[in-house]
Design a binder for this molecule. Structure first.
Ligand SMILES: Nc1ncnc2c1ncn2[C@@H]1O[C@H](COP(=O)(O)OP(=O)(O)O)[C@@H](O)[C@H]1O
Ligand SMILES: [Mg+2]
Length: 274
């Protein structure tokens, strides 16, 4: 099968003052149509950088290649081709739930009345019926995330990228949102790349889990998740789940240690310099 999106040797360095910080280096990954792929890695490993490249907001360094449906494309070609939800929910506080939900569709050129009608029809699916005229400040964290997800789903694209969408939620709300997202995804059949730093979440949701290395990030491991769908909540206590978790924990732990050591080197003076 020709992958929907394929990245080959994608790198990105940032100039910070007089230093050059390599954020991601030689990333290779592909997303097949209908896949739910999760990406885990330690904080600061370049997950959001990769996300920004995939949505076309950031140009990678020269040397790498981006392919859509088997065709080599320029980086800015991705802009507007994938639906995305950034790490911060970016809801507009002055807009109602309904008007926040239609924002991306509206920018995409869908007439406001048509977008509103579609949004009204989707309120139940997103658990927001009765809240359409509320403002973001009146909502719980879980509801805000659902509005942001609804906006992302309403931007009708085959591929959807989500950057730690449940990162700020408490554990119970998060588990509920994960099950809900799978239900919505199973109905909508989109290709999803879901970024998280939570290993349980990565296994519970994904068809495949990609592990990113410490910065400069690259894909260090790719683990298929052969668990049946739909996934029941108690699957996280099953033997195959625990086995996958053991493998992933070891890989991520290794990288987290490296990331932590690098962070300490940056914060603490090197004793050799004293
Ligand atoms: N615009 C930028 N300018 C300079 N450095 C950046 C920029 N964006 C990210 N970085 C650096 O690149 C690295 C990766 O960041 P990021 O992609 O946000 O990581 P993650 O999402 O995995 O936590 C970090 O060291 C971060 O400080
Ligand atoms: Mg991030």
């Amino acid at each position: 099968m020709t992958p929907k999106i394929r990245l080959q040797n994608i790198s990105k360095r940032f100039a910070v003052g007089s230093n050059v910080v390599p954020a991601v280096e030689n990333v290779n990954l592909s997303l097949n149509s209908g896949d739910f792929v999760t990406l885990v890695g330690p904080s600061g490993c370049g997950k959001s950088t990769l996300f920004n490249i995939l949505v076309g907001l950031l140009a990678p360094d020269s040397g790498g290649e981006l392919h859509i449906d088997g065709k080599l494309v320029a980086a800015d070609h991705l802009l507007g081709r994938v639906a995305f939800m950034p790490q911060r929910d970016m809801l507009m506080p002055w807009r109602t739930v309904l008007d926040n939900a239609i924002l991306a569709a509206e920018i995409d050129g869908v007439p406001r009345a048509a977008a509103r009608k579609r949004a009204l029809d989707s309120l139940d699916r997103f658990g927001l019926r009765g809240f359409e005229n509320h403002h973001p400040a009146q909502l719980s964290g879980g509801m805000r995330q659902r509005v942001a997800l609804m906006r992302t789903f309403m931007f009708d694209r085959d591929v959807m990228l989500l950057d730690e969408p449940f990162g700020a939620l408490d554990a119970l709300t998060r588990a509920m949102m994960q099950r809900w997202l799978l239900e919505v995804w199973e109905g909508a059949k989109r290709t999803v790349l879901f970024i998280t730093h939570d290993i349980d979440e990565a296994i519970f949701l994904g068809d495949r889990v990609l592990v990113m290395s410490a910065r400069p990030g690259h894909i260090k491991m790719e683990l298929p998740v052969p668990l049946p769908r739909p996934r029941a909540p108690d699957i996280i206590t099953s033997a195959p789940f625990v086995e996958l978790k053991r493998t992933l924990l070891a890989a991520v732990e290794d990288e987290s240690r490296k990331a932590f050591a690098a962070m300490n080197r940056e914060i603490l003076p090197d004793p050799a310099d004293a």
